[in-house]
Structure formats: structure tokens, C-alpha cells
Design a protein around this ligand. Structure first.
Ligand code: MIC
Ligand code: SF4
Length: 642
């Protein structure tokens, strides 16, 4: 078996490991972050389960830390109290970005982790099966329920050689994105093998596993080896180590070869993470801003390389350099060893250890600005400035660029980039609060910003409605439910969010959807890629969207639609997409009965143009029940009654 099969089979509670078939796995650990967590805990509360049933569940507060009003702080207080009441660990704001802290302090080789954040696969660096999902799926896992997924195909990413000086782990994943695209990983696990693996530290593996999310992959995994052992020991967690390796004769569904020695610094140009060129090909683009941090690139090793490049120099006069270390542990170590001083002296603006600029929580670039960043997504508008262009690079490229003011290949920098890994990290869990006692006496505090979430209703026999919006390929959840400093505070307020749904595609959409009393969406390939935010389903549900007609869907978003009773319909013949226009009125006849009968295709009639096409509605029996009942919560309630 390969590592993925070992992890899956050790946790399998339903099905067999045939790619494409539905399986269910037991979840050992969960994580939530605040911007998806508030909703996940409201849903967990609705299930009426007193105490989480996982080995460890952690609630992180790291996204909405820009407290410009009472809303974020209200969410923090709600999460703090709900965590204490239900046996969940709390990582306080200031402790760091969920994925970085989970890697340092919580993740364990051989375990499964389900997180309400699409970059949960970062944990794959430790030999975990770490998967991102919607908040509702995570709520179910906290209650001891299995996680259902389509059994992935396993890609062998065989690494040989060793990265040369100035070439980083980020360049490995950017190269994969260049080759495979943002949909290249859909339905697959990227499993890293080969001699090159042992040359990569855990934080470097984490960068690669993290950004596997941008390939659309179910997750990414590394073996757990001596490098893993050393990392866990240095974190004072040697006891958590367990070895995990593929069998010598392990089989894979596909193989991709990467010679680390042959890689060069890479950059993803605006506005898609797969729009990748070498830094040399991109040329000396003039830069206004450089932002270093995020769950992709904010480890101690990353930050020390940045400090080494900046030491004794000054940021270019035209550049604003922002540095946000990924965790309190990292920041604390930088402050102890003088690296922070080097950054400050060079002119870096040091930000809180949080998601910050990565999710548009501050540091929006200037009009038409060029911002070079180390995070994982450069989707249109995500930085908070629509006219800005975001370029994704490694920490080394970012730091070199900050000094020159133009996109710069870091291989020429005059600095020592060999950062010795600490024998012992400065760990301190005083901001990772353990839930004490039974917790049931804790009163859950809900502020006025916390509104009830919408629930679907049972599927009717006949659906009719207008195509409210026709969209192209690769629409992200940042398009569907944008998030920036003005909207993130309202993640527990669906009515408020609904005023901005799909606005980056068409600002008139929310009003038109309301006036039409709901309808359908029409999209191209890979609809709903990106973030795990369930809001991209909950808000359309609130606006009475009954189904999405698309060429294909991204994994997490498709699950979120079904969990919320919205039909994900796929064109059998992609050419049919062109036969539908915005404003066409369509109807689905007898759809509930067809589902009950186990049909995997349903007829969709275009009443405006007078034709009918077959569309795929390939759902498992469990998903069928969810759609018929009106979503996962109603299905759970119905099953409980039965
Ligand atoms: C993101 O990077 O887009 C986020 C913000 O972390 C999201 C979660 C969210 O929308 O709250 C993700 O990746 O799932
Ligand atoms: Fe936070 Fe950005 Fe990572 Fe999402 S991708 S978890 S917003 S740092």
C-alpha cells in the first residue's frame, strides 16, 4: 500500500478503496478557525451533542483579528465559550495561524484531521491524512460522525535531487501548479515519494502540502520519517512520532517526476495560482508592496531566511514590506534571536501572527498596485483592491524583491540562506487552552451579530426558475462569497452577507436573485474552487438558489451544496452549456421521484428556448437522502426520528 491507502484503510468505516466510490473515514482530530468556526459551532450546537467525541478538537482564532467593530470580538467570545462547554481546545488570537500552530503543537503522524479550512492539508507534512471540508462536515465529525468522501486516486509525486540555494519549497508547488493547473488535483491525493523527500524539512513539506489545495486535490501527504521525528522532538512532542512509509511495491494511479535540483524560482501571476512562470520569464516587474506570511510561508525557517536577506539592508523606497510570522512560537523565537530586529531595522512592518493580508484583513494594495506575496491565492479582488495584481512567490523571492523594488530572482542575494533548524523550538502552550472539567456549566455567549443560519427544505417534485447568472470556468468561493475586512465580520450573519453574494461577478446579482425569488446558477468548470467557506452555499440557499448547472464542481463546494440541499447538476455534454443563457427559465420535472428511484441523470428543460438536456446528478445514497430531506442537518434529524 501507499501512505494514502494505509491512512485511509486504518480509518475506514464504510466502503472499499476503489477510486471514485464513496467511502467514510473516522476522524481523530478536527480544527476550525473563526471565520468558518462560528457557523460550524452553531451547527454543532443544533445537533445537541454535549461533548466532542474526537481525540482532539481545536478552535483557532486567527482570521478575523482586525476588530474594527464589536462583531469579531463577539464571534471570539462565542467560540471561546462554546469550546469550553463542549470539550474543545481553544487557540487564542495571537497564538497564530491554525495550520502553522496545528503543525507545531497538535498534528500527529498516522492520524486523520478534518478542518473547516481548505488548507487543512498542511498537516499532510507530518504524515497525517488532513482534509479540508465545510463547517457542517466538521461539526458532524466533532460529534463522532464519519467523514464521507469519494475515494481519491493517488498521484505519486516523485522528488529527486535537492533544492539549490535560493530555490524553495514554494517553487516545487508552483511548478506543480504550472504543470497540472488549479483543477489538476481534483479527486486525487498528491503523495510525495522519492529521495528528494528527506532533503525537505517539515515546514518545507508543509508549504507544499498546504498549497496542494490550489491544485484542487483532496489532500497531500508526505511519509513520516526521521525528519518528522526530529521536528516533533524539537517541539517537545517526540512521543507523538510514528513512522509511516509506503510499501516498496506500492502502486499509484499516476506519477509525476520533479527533479528538485532543476527547479528555479517561480511566480504565479495575477489572478490564478496556476498562472505560473519562472521569475526570470516574468521579468523585473515594478513592485509596490511585498507581504510575507500566511499559512503557506510563515515558519521559523522561512522567517529566518527572510531576516538573513534583509539583515543590514533597507527596503526599497517605493516598497511597503509587511511581515506576519505564522505563530506566536515563531515570532517569539525571532524576537529572542535578533532576527526580528533585523527585519524592523530593514523597514519591515511587522503584523500580528494571523491570516491578515492573505484574506484581505488589512494591507490592501494601492490602486493598480503590484503586490508580491508569499501566500497561496491571488484570486481577483481577494486583497481588497480590485485593480491590484497579486504575484505569489517564495519567501526568498519576496525578501529579495523588497530590497530591489522589482521582482527579483533570489539566487543572487548576498546572504547565508542555510538556516539551522532549532534543536528545540520555544514552545509554550499557554495560549492553547485545554477545556477543563465537564464544561457543561459554561454559558455560551452570543452577541447580536450572531444570526440563525438558513436551512433548506425537502425537495419538491418540480423546480422552476430563472438562470440568475451565467459564469465562466474556475469561479472561486471568493467570487461567490467575497471576504475582506468589511465582510469577514459578518460570517455569522447570513442575511447581511447575502447582499454581496457573487458581486465580484455581477454586482446586480443579489438584488436580482431576491426579486426573482431565487432560481439557478450556471457555471463552467471547477465551480467553487478555493476556500472551504460553507457560506458560499448557505448564502445562495438564503437567496433561494435551488441548483447550480456547471461543467464541473470543486470537491468541497460540491459537498457544501449538497449538505445544504442545493442540487449540483453537471452537463453530460459540456457543449450544452452554450445553449443556456442568463435569464432563461428552466424546469426540472419529477426530480424528487427520479432521485428516489436512484436516477443519476435528470432532464433539465429550457422553457425559454424549448429544449431538454440530460444532466448528471451523480449522488451517493447518503447524498440523495440529504437532497431529498433538505440538507444534512435535516437528514440527521430525520434519521434520529426513525
Ligand atoms: C481562505 O484562505 O480562503 C480561508 C479564508 O482560509 C478559507 C476559509 C474561509 O473562507 O473562512 C479557506 O481556505 O477555507
Ligand atoms: Fe489564513 Fe490565508 Fe491560510 Fe486561509 S490561506 S488559512 S486566510 S493564511
Amino acid at each position: 500500500m501507499n501512505v494514502t491507502q494505509k491512512l485511509l484503510s486504518a480509518h475506514l468505516v464504510l466502503g472499499d478503496l476503489t477510486p471514485g466510490r464513496e467511502i467514510a473515514i473516522r476522524i481523530d482530530q478536527t480544527l476550525t478557525q473563526d471565520s468558518t468556526g462560528t457557523m460550524a459551532y452553531l451547527q454543532f450546537e443544533a445537533m445537541g451533542i454535549p461533548r466532542v467525541k474526537t481525540e482532539k478538537s481545536v478552535a483557532y482564532i486567527d482570521h478575523n483579528t482586525l476588530q474594527t467593530g464589536f462583531e469579531n470580538a463577539d464571534d471570539h467570545r462565542y467560540i471561546t465559550t462554546v469550546a469550553a462547554r463542549h470539550g474543545i481546545y481553544l487557540s487564542k488570537p495571537g497564538n497564530g495561524i491554525c495550520h502553522q500552530v496545528h503543525l507545531e503543537r497538535v498534528g500527529k503522524p498516522g492520524k486523520t484531521l478534518l478542518g473547516s479550512d481548505s488548507h487543512t492539508p498542511t498537516g499532510g507534512a507530518l504524515g497525517m491524512l488532513a482534509i479540508g471540508a465545510g463547517g457542517l462536515d466538521v461539526a458532524v465529525a466533532m460529534g463522532g460522525g464519519a467523514y464521507y468522501l469519494s475515494c481519491p486516486r493517488v498521484v505519486n509525486v516523485r522528488l529527486t535531487g535537492r533544492l539549490s540555494r535560493g530555490v524553495a519549497a514554494k517553487d516545487v508547488i508552483l511548478e506543480l501548479l504550472r504543470r497540472l493547473s488549479v483543477k489538476g488535483g481534483v479527486g486525487k491525493v498528491m503523495e510525495y515519494t522519492g529521495d528528494g523527500v528527506k532533503t525537505l524539512s517539515i515546514p518545507e513539506r508543509a508549504t507544499i502540502a498546504n498549497m496542494g489545495a490550489e491544485l484542487g486535490a483532496t489532500t497531500s501527504v508526505f511519509p513520516s520519517d526521521e525528519v518528522t521525528r526530529a521536528f516533533l522532538e524539537a517541539q517537545g512532542r517526540g512521543g507523538d512520532y510514528a513512522p509511516l512509509a509506503a510499501d516498496p511495491d506500492a502502486a499509484y494511479d499516476e506519477t509525476v517526476e520533479i527533479d528538485l535540483s532543476a527547479l528555479e524560482p517561480m511566480v504565479a501571476l495575477p489572478h490564478m495560482p496556476d498562472n505560473v512562470k519562472t521569475v526570470a520569464e516574468a521579468g523585473p516587474v515594478k513592485v509596490d508592496q511585498v507581504c510575507i506570511g500566511s499559512c503557506t510561508n510563515s515558519s521559523y525557517q522561512d522567517m529566518m531566511r527572510v531576516a538573513a536577506i534583509l539583515r543590514g539592508k533597507t527596503v526599497h523606497p517605493d516598497v511597503s514590506l509587511v511581515v506576519a510570522p505564522g505563530s506566536r512560537q515563531v515570532l517569539s523565537m525571532l524576537s529572542q534571536n535578533g532576527a526580528l530586529h533585523d527585519m524592523i531595522e530593514a523597514g519591515a512592518r511587522i503584523c500580528e501572527t494571523a491570516c491578515g493580508f492573505c484574506i484581505g484583513m488589512g494591507q490592501s494594495p494601492c490602486t493598480n498596485g503590484v503586490s508580491v506575496r508569499t501566500n497561496n491565492r491571488n484570486f481577483f479582488g481577494r486583497s481588497g483592491t480590485k485593480s491590484a495584481g497579486i504575484y505569489l512567490v517564495s519567501c526568498e523571492t519576496a525578501a529579495a524583491t523588497a530590497l530591489t523594488g522589482v521582482l527579483t530572482d533570489p539566487r543572487g542575494v548576498d546572504a547565508c540562506l542555510d538556516v539551522p533548524l532549532p534543536q528545540r523550538y520555544a514552545f509554550n502552550d499557554n495560549l492553547l487552552l485545554a477545556p477543563d472539567g465537564e464544561g457543561q456549566e459554561t454559558q455560551v455567549v452570543r452577541g447580536p451579530n450572531i444570526q440563525p443560519f438558513p436551512k433548506a427544505h425537502a425537495l419538491e417534485e418540480r423546480l422552476e426558475g430563472r438562470v440568475l447568472l451565467k459564469m465562466e470556468d474556475n469561479i472561486t468561493t471568493d467570487h461567490i462569497m467575497p471576504s475582506d475586512s468589511s465582510l469577514l465580520p459578518f460570517r455569522s450573519n447570513i442575511p447581511k452577507l447575502s447582499q454581496h453574494c457573487l458581486a465580484p461577478v455581477d454586482p446586480t446579482f443579489p438584488q436580482r436573485a431576491r426579486e426573482a425569488g431565487g432560481g439557478f446558477l450556471l457555471a463552467g468548470q471547477n465551480y467553487g474552487q478555493g476556500s472551504s467557506r460553507e457560506h458560499a452555499a448557505l448564502v445562495p440557499l438564503y437567496l433561494k438558489v435551488r441548483g447550480v448547472l456547471a461543467k464541473s464542481f470543486a470537491r468541497i463546494h460540491r459537498a457544501n451544496l449538497i449538505n445544504n440541499g442545493i442540487l449540483p447538476l453537471e452537463f453530460v455534454d459540456e457543449a450544452d452549456y452554450d445553449r443556456f443563457s442568463q435569464e432563461d427559465v428552466i424546469a426540472l420535472e419529477g426530480v424528487a421521484q427520479l432521485l428516489r428511484d436512484g436516477a443519476q441523470r435528470v432532464p433539465v428543460t429550457n422553457l425559454t428556448r424549448g429544449f431538454t438536456v440530460e444532466m448528471r446528478l451523480e449522488v451517493t445514497p447518503r447524498q440523495r437522502d440529504m437532497l431529498l430531506e433538505g440538507g444534512l442537518i435535516r437528514m440527521i434529524a430525520a434519521n434520529a426520528e426513525k
